[in-house]
Design a protein around this ligand. Structure first.
Ligand code: SF4
Length: 79
């Protein structure tokens, strides 16, 4: 159950999540930050740190932002 960064991050990219992630699995993309789904250890630290509530466990992403589950995974597809 990796965590996922959704639409509120776009245009904000606050970076608070990057500072608290104990395994450094949050990476910067062009429009938002992304969580590497295989590296995330589900500690929840980023969820609490995000000032715009952009981060959710993958089974708790609001319906309108479900597409971000795939968007986070695809960001790492060729890396
Ligand atoms: Fe990093 Fe923990 Fe957030 Fe996963 S849940 S991205 S390990 S801070």
């Amino acid at each position: 159950m990796p965590f996922v960064i959704a639409e509120p991050c776009i245009g904000v990219k606050d970076k608070s999540c990057v500072e608290v992630c104990p395994v450094n699995c949050i990476y910067e993309g062009d429009d938002q930050f992304y969580i590497h789904p295989d590296e995330c250890i589900d500690c929840q630290a980023c969820e609490a740190a995000c000032p715009v509530q952009a981060i959710f466990p993958d089974n708790g992403v609001p319906e309108k932002w479900k597409g971000f589950i795939g968007k986070n995974r695809e960001h790492f597809a060729n890396k």
